[in-house]
Design a protein around this ligand. Structure first.
Ligand SMILES: Nc1ncnc2c1ncn2[C@@H]1O[C@H](COP(=O)(O)OP(=O)(O)OP(=O)(O)O)[C@@H](O)[C@H]1O
Ligand SMILES: [Mg+2]
Length: 322
C-alpha cells in the first residue's frame, strides 16, 4: 500500500516560510512532518535527523529568486558538489543553511580565512594529559557523521588544505588521513557546498582543478528591488517607504560599483543593518529623511573609503536626504 507523503512544497519564487507547508499538526513547525521538500519540478528528502540536532541550523526564511534552485536540488539528490559564486551578501550561505534547516540535516560551516590551519580543518595531534592524541578536524568529523559541509569563501583556503580536499571532491570520494593511516569515505549523506566571492580583497582565483571538481557552479546576484524591499520589511520590520528608499540608494551604489566608480559594494547585510537602524531612529523622521541619513552613517558610510563615501553622499543628496 502506498503511504501518502507529506510535501513541503514551494510553488513560486516569492517569500517562503515554514507556514507554507501543508500539515495538520499545529504544535511543531510544519515542515518537520513532511517527507520531502519540493521546489518546482524537483524534490529532496527531508532527513529529519534526531542525532546532532545542535548542528541543524534554524533558518526559516529565504527568498527564492535564484533561477538555479532546481539544479541545486537535483545535485543534492545526486551527491554532487555545488559551488555558489557571487558578490558578498547575495544569500549564498543562507541558501545552504536554509536547505539544511528545512531538510533537517546537520551541517558544518567552515568560514575560511588565511589564518585557518590544517589542524582546524583536517585534524592534528594534540597533547592530552601528556599523550599525543589525534583529534579530527571539522571535515573528518562531518564525513564520519554524514553531515553536509559548507566551505565558505573557498578561495581563501590555504593551498595545502585545498590540495587535501581534492580526493574528497573528485571520484575518489575519500579523505586520506595519512598521519594516522586512515581513509574516510564520503558517504551519500554528505553533500559538499562551497561559496566564493571572486571579487573580494584577499581572495585568490580558484585553480582549474578545483573548479572542475564542482559538478555545478551557481551564480548569485543581489535580489530584485521588490524582493530586497520585502526582505527589509520581513526581517527588520522596516516600513515599505523606508525600505524602498534604502534599497534604491543601495542599487545606485551597486551600479557605481559595477562601473568601477566605487571600490566596495553595498551588500544586503549592510542594507539589513541600515534598515534596522532606520527603525531605531524613526523618531527623527522629517522631510529630509534624517532617520535614514543617520542610519546610513554608521551602517554603510563608515564602512567605505573616503572616495566611496563622497559618491554615496552625492547619491543621498540626489535622493533628498541631506
Ligand atoms: N534570498 C535571500 N533570502 C533571505 N535572506 C537573504 C537572501 N539574500 C540575502 N539574505 C540575507 O542577507 C544577509 C547576507 O546573506 P548571506 O550571508 O547568505 O550572503 P553571502 O552571499 O553568503 O555573503 P558572503 O559572500 O559575504 O558570505 C543574511 O542576513 C541573509 O539572511
Ligand atoms: Mg557567505
Amino acid at each position: 500500500m502506498n503511504k501518502k507523503r507529506d510535501i513541503f512544497q514551494y510553488n513560486d519564487s516569492t517569500i517562503k516560510t515554514c507556514d507554507d507547508v501543508q500539515c495538520t499538526n499545529t504544535d511543531i513547525p510544519k515542515y518537520q512532518c513532511a517527507d520531502v521538500f519540493r521546489f518546482g519540478n524537483f524534490e529532496t528528502k527531508i532527513r529529519n535527523e534526531i542525532q546532532f540536532a545542535e548542528y541543524i541550523p534554524n533558518v526559516n526564511y529565504y527568498i527564492f529568486e535564484n533561477q538555479y534552485i532546481e539544479e541545486v536540488l537535483d545535485s543534492i539528490n545526486n551527491n554532487e558538489n555545488i559551488l555558489f559564486v557571487g558578490y558578498p551578501g547575495t544569500g549564498k550561505s543562507s541558501l545552504v543553511l536554509y536547505l539544511a534547516s528545512v531538510c533537517k540535516v546537520p551541517i558544518v560551516q567552515i568560514q575560511s580565512s588565511g589564518e585557518m590551519s590544517e589542524v582546524d580543518i583536517i585534524g592534528g595531534f594534540q597533547n592530552i594529559s601528556g599523550n599525543m592524541v589525534w583529534v579530527d578536524g571539522l571535515i573528518p568529523f562531518a564525513l564520519k557523521n554524514g553531515f553536509w559541509i559548507l566551505i565558505d569563501e573557498i578561495n581563501m583556503v590555504l593551498p595545502e588544505i585545498l590540495a587535501r580536499l581534492h580526493s574528497v571532491l573528485d571520484d575518489r570520494r575519500h579523505l586520506d588521513l595519512r598521519e594516522i593511516n586512515q581513509v574516510i569515505k564520503v558517504t551519500e549523506k554528505t553533500i559538499i557546498f562551497a561559496t566564493m566571492n571572486p571579487y573580494d580583497v584577499g581572495t585568490k582565483p580558484l585553480s582549474a582543478s578545483l573548479w572542475s571538481r564542482f559538478h555545478i557552479v551557481v551564480p548569485f546576484d543581489y535580489l530584485s528591488f521588490d524582493n530586497e524591499v520585502k526582505l527589509l520589511i520581513e526581517k527588520v520590520n522596516c516600513s515599505k517607504e523606508d525600505a524602498e528608499c534604502i534599497v534604491s540608494i543601495a542599487n545606485l551604489c551597486r551600479d557605481a560599483y559595477r562601473k568601477n566608480e566605487m571600490s566596495k559594494v553595498v551588500d544586503t547585510r549592510m542594507v539589513l543593518a541600515c534598515g534596522k537602524k532606520v527603525k531605531s531612529f524613526e523618531f527623527l523622521k522629517n522631510d529630509s529623511k534624517q532617520h535614514i541619513k543617520r542610519a546610513f552613517h554608521t551602517t554603510i558610510l563608515s564602512k567605505l573609503s573616503y572616495e566611496d563615501q563622497s559618491i554615496v553622499n552625492c547619491i543621498l543628496t540626489a535622493k533628498g536626504i541631506c
